[in-house]
Design a protein around this ligand. Structure first.
Ligand code: FE
Length: 144
């Protein structure tokens, strides 16, 4: 699913295998390394990506899938924990064949080509999540 190298203590360079799903692979990596707090950035190419938009008026999520070849011009995100499991919050900007970009909150993305990530872990730090009753968003919760 991926290969990685720890380039410095708690800092990893990852190469995800072709055709894997980015969030799934990253979740698996965090579980393998026991990462429950950290940050991630990366780039690559995908053939399909699903974004999520929260409509602030209705508080409903609108998901949209784009099935086309796109370059990940930037993937950025953070790692926290919810219910003892790694919790990923990922955003992405991707460029189309005409070089225009789309982006948003990333749910899933299927690699078609390559995906190179950098993960920095914050060991022994509690960075949790709790659902905010007003917005329904899983906000940061720093209470241990
Ligand atoms: Fe988001």
């Amino acid at each position: 699913m991926y290969q990685y190298k720890e380039v410095k203590e708690n800092r990893f360079v990852l190469s995800l295998d072709n055709h894997v799903e980015v969030a799934e692979a990253l979740q698996a990596f965090c579980r393998e390394k026991g990462i429950l707090a950290g940050m991630v950035s990366g780039l690559g190419a995908v053939s399909e990506a699903t974004f999520r938009y929260l409509d602030p008026n209705t508080l409903k999520y609108v998901d949209k899938t784009f099935r086309e070849q796109m370059e990940i011009t930037n993937l950025t995100g953070n790692i926290s924990q919810k219910d003892g499991q790694p919790y990923l919050h990922l955003h992405i900007t991707a460029s189309r064949s005409d070089y225009s970009c789309i982006g948003g909150h990333l749910l899933t993305a299927r690699i078609n080509g390559a995906c190179e990530l950098y993960v920095e872990a914050f060991p022994n730090q509690f960075v949790g999540r709790r659902q905010d009753p007003e917005t329904g968003i899983n906000l940061y919760d720093f209470q241990d």
